[in-house]
Design a binder for this molecule. Structure first.
Ligand SMILES: *Cc1c(COP(=O)(O)O)cnc(C)c1O
Length: 464
């Protein structure tokens, strides 16, 4: 019992971890040599580790702890719900109050006619739901041959078979013989890395028009849907040029293909509005949500579905669902999370105050000698590291070598900032204060300075 709070010494915990715990997205043999950092508690934007160090979590866990750590209200609601109704399903003509109340709240918050909620346990399995839902929709409409879903290289849509297949990460496809059939890819709107001499807006249009070319190549009567993250998160916080999304929307409408926006990161205030859909003024047919839906306190995800799609599906039995779809404890906690985000004006404050403040500070890092660009929308931001600012060249070393060095310096300076290749990304809790933003930027700059010295010393400031 006491082992949870009065835990074993760090080295022993690390040894047990190494012996028995297989980590996601980790080379366990490498991890064994360093030992994992053991996180023991958290409050606000601050983590505490087993050595008593305070760490600024500029990633909000995995982009999810929007409300910040340590909110007792969520714990209280979970305990109350567990006592009252810890579990029941909604499969066979039953329902329960938390699932009903959360569905109503999501229908109210989500824009347009996104009025119907299918529950999952996270973002990956919600995207699996989407694949089956989209294909069932077209089959019900008498066009079962419309089964191809178009996605983008370097997209992230999760780690299940379906999520990995929809995602465009080749390193993931390589493990497990993916993608599944019927998924096609176009290039990402990553101007910095792939835009060459084009102006960003011209490049945005060019990348969007790849969708039209791909639809024509496959045949418009074969294409079911296009899926994309409003802003690619795990791909490196890639903010598309302003020209990109309106053109994608136009093309989807022209060919009557469904637009699915994966809002797992961009939902619930991350971009300064409730949804990225609003930030980019889009009208999707389905959005995927998870992460910030419960601020990560419990696992839950969902597909939020338009009247148009839901009304077609309603005519058939959709043979799909998870034992924990609409889990009462998860729904109750998510509902409380949304209440706090709304009633405390957290989303509004991000849009009006803290995100503009963070943006100003973040862009000030652009003067650093090896920072090539700084990007930010709301509370998600990235910067590109480069040996040559003018040409935006990558380093001569393997992609990610310099990013990893920089992340290590951040870690040593007690701040969690992630690297994606040689881009550094942040996504702090939405409750971060201006004073905490100052601390974040100070630590980022110190870490960049230290990393820059190491990179120079190692002779890595060479364009590849
Ligand atoms: C994290 C993420 C997912 C996967 O969600 P899980 O809850 O990890 O299954 C899907 N899509 C996007 C955009 C994500 O960032």
């Amino acid at each position: 019992m006491n082992k949870i709070t009065n835990h074993l010494p760090t080295a022993e915990l690390q040894a047990i971890d190494a012996a028995h715990h297989m980590h996601p997205f980790t080379t366990d043999n490498d991890l064994k040599q360093h030992g994992a950092r053991v996180i023991t508690s958290a409050d606000g934007i601050w983590l505490k580790d087993s050595e008593g160090e305070q760490i600024l979590d500029a990633m909000a866990g995995l982009w999810c702890v929007n409300i910040g750590y340590g909110r007792d209200e969520l714990a209280d609601v979970a305990a109350r719900q567990m006592r009252e109704l810890p579990y029941y399903n909604t499969f066979f003509q039953t329902t329960h109050v938390p699932a009903i109340a959360l569905a109503q709240k999501l229908a109210e918050l989500a824009p347009g006619d996104l009025n119907h909620v299918f529950y999952a346990n996270g973002g990956s399995d919600a995207n699996d739901t989407n694949i089956r839902m989209i294909r069932t929709y077209w089959a019900e409409k008498g066009q079962p041959e419309r089964d191809v879903i178009i996605s983008r290289w370097n997209a992230y849509h999760g780690s299940t078979i379906g999520g990995t297949s929809l995602g465009g990460m080749k390193g993931m496809h390589g493990q497990g013989s993916l993608p599944i059939p019927g998924i096609e890819f176009i290039d990402q709107p990553n101007w910095y890395a792939e835009g060459g001499d084009m102006a960003p807006e011209e490049f945005g249009l060019e990348r969007a028009r790849q969708l039209e070319a791909k639809i024509k190549e496959i045949g418009p009567d074969r294409v079911a849907a296009f899926i994309g993250e409003p802003i690619q998160g795990a791909g490196g916080v890639i903010v598309p040029p302003e020209s990109y999304w309106p053109e994608i929307q136009r093309i989807c409408q022209k060919y009557d293909i469904l637009l699915v926006l994966d809002e797992v990161i961009t939902g619930f205030g991350r971009t300064g509005n409730w949804f990225g859909t609003q930030t980019y003024d889009l009208t999707p047919d389905i959005i995927t949500v998870a992460k910030g839906l419960s601020s990560g306190y419990v696992p839950i995800g969902a597909s939020i579905v338009s009247d148009k799609v839901a009304s077609v599906l309603a005519a058939t039995e959709f043979n799909h669902g998870y034992t924990y779809s609409g889990h009462p404890v998860a729904c109750a906690v998510a509902l409380e999370n949304l209440r706090i985000l709304e009633e405390e004006g957290i989303v509004d404050r991000v849009g009006a105050e803290t995100a503009p403040y963070l943006a100003e500070k973040w862009h000030s890092l652009a003067d650093h000698p090896f920072v090539g660009e700084t990007k930010i929308v709301g509370m998600m931001a990235s910067l590109a590291l480069t040996p040559d600012k003018d040409s935006r060249a990558p380093f001569a070393a393997d992609a990610g070598t310099v990013g990893y060095i920089t992340r290590e310096r951040c870690f040593a300076n007690n701040m969690i900032m992630r690297h994606v290749g040689d881009r550094m990304v942040i996504s702090p809790p939405l409750v971060i204060t201006k004073a905490e933003i100052d601390t974040l930027i100070d630590r980022a700059r110190t870490s960049l300075d230290e990393a820059y010295e190491i990179v120079k010393e190692k002779g890595l400031m060479v364009a590849g």
